[in-house]
Structure formats: C-alpha cells, structure tokens
Design a binder for this molecule. Structure first.
Ligand SMILES: CC(C)(COP(=O)(O)OP(=O)(O)OC[C@H]1O[C@@H](n2cnc3c(N)ncnc32)[C@H](O)[C@@H]1OP(=O)(O)O)[C@@H](O)C(=O)NCCC(=O)NCCS
Length: 187
C-alpha cells in the first residue's frame, strides 16, 4: 500500500477521520449522480452518524478506510469497511466519475480484502443495485458471489422502492456449517 499503481497515477493508503471531509465530498458527488450508491443528495449528516463513521476510520474494532489519491493528492476513491459483529464486515465504496475504469476500485477492494483476511474475518458482504453493472463486475472479479435479491428493499426519496442484490465473499470456508438439512419448503 502507498505504492504507485503501474500505468496510472494513484496510490492507495489507509484513511482516518482526518479524511472525513474529503470522503464526504466525494460521497456527496457520487450520491448526486442518483444511480449508484444508497446515499441520496443532498447528503445530510447528524452528529451521531458522523461520529459513527469516524469510529470506523480510527478504531479497527469498528472498521477501516482505504483511500485512493491521484498524483496531486486529490481523493479519487474510497472504500469503507464497517465491521458487523466480531467476524463479518460490510463494504461501501465509490470512485470519482473521471477516474472510473482505471483500476482504482480494484486496488481499493484488494487492499480491503487483504485487511479483512488479516483481521481473521469470516465473511465480507455488500449490497449493489441490480442495474449497477460496474460494481457487480468488480465484486465478481474479486470472488464475491451473488447471494440473493432483496425485493423492494430500499425506499428512495422519490417514493420508489428499489430491489438490491446482496453479494458475499466467504473468507472462512473451513469451519463446519450447521449440518442440518434445508426445510422442504426452500429445497
Ligand atoms: C463500481 C466502481 C467502484 C468500480 O471502480 P473502478 O475504479 O471503475 O473499477 P476498476 O477500473 O478497478 O475495475 C475493476 C474490475 O471491475 C470491472 N469493471 C469496472 N467497471 C466496469 C464496467 N463499467 N463494466 C464492466 N466491468 C467493469 C473491470 O473489468 C475490472 O476487472 P479486472 O480488475 O479484473 O480488470 C466505480 O464504477 C464506481 O465508483 N461507481 C459508482 C459508485 C458505485 O457504484 N459504488 C459501488 C456501490 S455497491
């Protein structure tokens, strides 16, 4: 980490709450596109929510931030890992419009997955809108599988209810499962 990626001038580093304003600005810009992430513009922050975000940046028991900066030190991408209990984590990420398709998202995800493995997490999850082909392709390229479609799951500000796709990367394939057979109703 911190190394220059070949062929494109960006580097990936760990973030901290000092980076909150830059991350928030990029997230707001992507939210304003209205298509890709759960947040909608204008993004509103309560003090409590801001503090919770900052905890995920500064305390590894809560999560970790991975940031990509270009040669001019401008933030061009972020990936936030939020721990969900002792063993699982949820991801959210975005890359600035002008820098998509250049390897930034892949580099951020590789760094985050490595961190999750080192932290001995058993699974990483994320939610993706069904129309978001770039995100579905990115997660798939790193081994995430589609686990389901949650129907009419998220209310948008315009009143629509959007489906979401849940994807997961299992890191612990070795612990035993329950061993119990599925109920007939879902076979
Ligand atoms: C999804 C997103 C993070 C991908 O980041 P990116 O920097 O553009 O992705 P990369 O250039 O690193 O590509 C990573 C992989 O995804 C695939 N990919 C990226 N964009 C793609 C597209 N538009 N169509 C198909 N595949 C795509 C690439 O083939 C690549 O695979 P490879 O590493 O095996 O070559 C970026 O498009 C983005 O920020 N979108 C808006 C916000 C968003 O959707 N966030 C995720 C919400 S779940």
């Amino acid at each position: 980490m911190g190394e220059q990626a070949p062929g494109f001038g960006f580097s990936v580093r760990r973030g901290s709450s000092i980076d909150f304003d830059a991350v928030s600005a990029l997230r707001s810009a992507v939210a304003a596109e209205g298509l890709w992430i759960g947040a909608e513009a204008p993004v509103e922050w309560t003090t409590q929510r801001r503090e919770a975000w900052c905890r995920t940046a500064d305390d590894e028991d809560h999560g970790a931030w991975f940031l990509a900066n270009d040669d001019t030190a401008q933030l061009v991408g972020y990936l936030l890992v939020t721990r969900a209990g002792a063993e699982r984590a949820d991801l959210s990420m975005a890359v600035a419009t002008a820098h998509r398709g250049c390897g930034v998202g892949g580099a951020l995800l590789d760094a985050a997955v490595a961190w999750c493995r080192a932290a001995a997490l058993s699974k990483i999850s994320c939610q993706v809108w069904p129309h978001n082909g770039a995100a579905l392709a990115l997660y798939r390229s790193r081994g995430f599988l589609i686990e389901g479609r949650l129907r009419r799951h998220w209310r948008r500000r315009n009143g629509q209810l959007w489906d979401t796709i849940t994807m997961g990367l299992v890191l612990d394939e070795y612990s035993p499962g329950s061993g119990l057979a599925d109920a007939e109703v879902i076979r």
